[in-house]
Design a protein around this ligand. Structure first.
Ligand code: G3H
Ligand code: ZN
Length: 283
């Protein structure tokens, strides 16, 4: 099946009351782990590559691997740029066949974020590519941030309404208390804010930094409008832990396949666990 846009996947998700998993990939084994888990679960899936992943693997390899994976697959899949910050890089991804891009202008003042995002939307929509914008700061692990500082970084519902209206984005990444990477304590998600944002905008919402968020909070977030959930850290952890164990088990092994296969398997099981948590019933 040809790659599809995230807009299509997220519309289905909203109708079905589930979220689509967006998993970060940067090499062959990771692409295979994600696609195999999704295929076995009969679930739609988003493979996303960050600017760093593209730099590491090369955009030609990323797109070729994902296209090869999509061929002969009967589940819908999108290829998405994660946290694009540069207009030129976003255009490059569109030209290479990404079906969805994120333009992350969240570090910019509101008006500049709007201008950059609207510029991307205009081009992307002209060629049928979906756009994710971000408003509010998701940041790294930030347990030490004070409550008032935290408030200032979270997405403001009224600003979200204006942002969506002014830019025409297809989905919106919101800051409601999650952070990228491992959490030191239990993340405190602001569900009242999420509800207000959901009531203020009519596009699907995206949860970043979802690794380590307790299952019940993930379910609650989905019930309040989250339709795309980004997971990276937990996948890396599963992969590298299994690889470390294998290296210890076979210290003399020099065949990368024998070392990487169990890591790929561990990651696949983690993807499966997340797909089930996100509530998508296989077809
Ligand atoms: O954009 C990617 C994600 O937000 C992943 O966050 O590394 O905390 O799972 P995570
Ligand atoms: Zn993110």
């Amino acid at each position: 099946m040809a790659l599809v846009t995230t807009t299509r996947l997220l519309e289905d998700a909203r109708r079905g009351g589930y979220a689509v998993g967006a998993f970060n990939a940067n090499n062959l084994e990771i692409v295979q782990a994600i696609v195999e888990a999704a295929r076995e679960e009969g679930a739609a899936v988003i493979i996303q590559a960050s600017q760093g992943a593209i730099k590491y693997a090369g955009i030609e390899y990323i797109t070729a691997m994902v296209r090869a994976a999509a061929e002969g697959l009967d589940i819908p899949m999108a290829l998405h740029l994660d946290h694009g910050t540069d207009f030129g890089q976003v255009m490059r991804c569109i030209r290479h066949g990404f079906t969805s891009v994120m333009i992350d202008g969240s570090a910019l003042p509101f008006e500049e974020n709007v201008a950059l995002t609207a510029r991307v939307v205009e081009v992307a929509h002209a060629v049928g590519v979906s756009v994710e914008g971000e408003l509010g700061r998701i940041g790294g692990t930030e347990d030490d941030v004070s409550v008032s500082d935290r408030e200032a970084t979270l997405t403001d519902p009224e600003e979200a309404r204006r942002f969506v209206e002014l830019t025409g984005v297809d989905c919106l990444a919101v800051a409601i208390g999650t952070a990228h990477g491992f959490y030191r304590g239990k993340p405190q998600l602001d569900f009242d804010r999420l509800k207000e944002i959901r009531d203020a905008v009519d596009v699907p919402l995206v949860l970043h930094g979802a690794s380590g968020v307790p299952d019940e909070d993930v379910r609650m977030a989905i019930s309040l409008g989250i339709a795309k959930i980004n997971i990276d850290t937990e996948l890396r952890h599963a992969f590298v832990s299994a690889l470390r164990a294998r290296l210890e088990e076979l210290p003399r092994e020099i065949d990368p396949r024998k070392l990487l296969a169990p890591a790929r398997e561990a990651m696949k099981e983690k993807v499966r666990e997340k797909i089930r948590l996100f509530g998508q019933r296989g077809s």
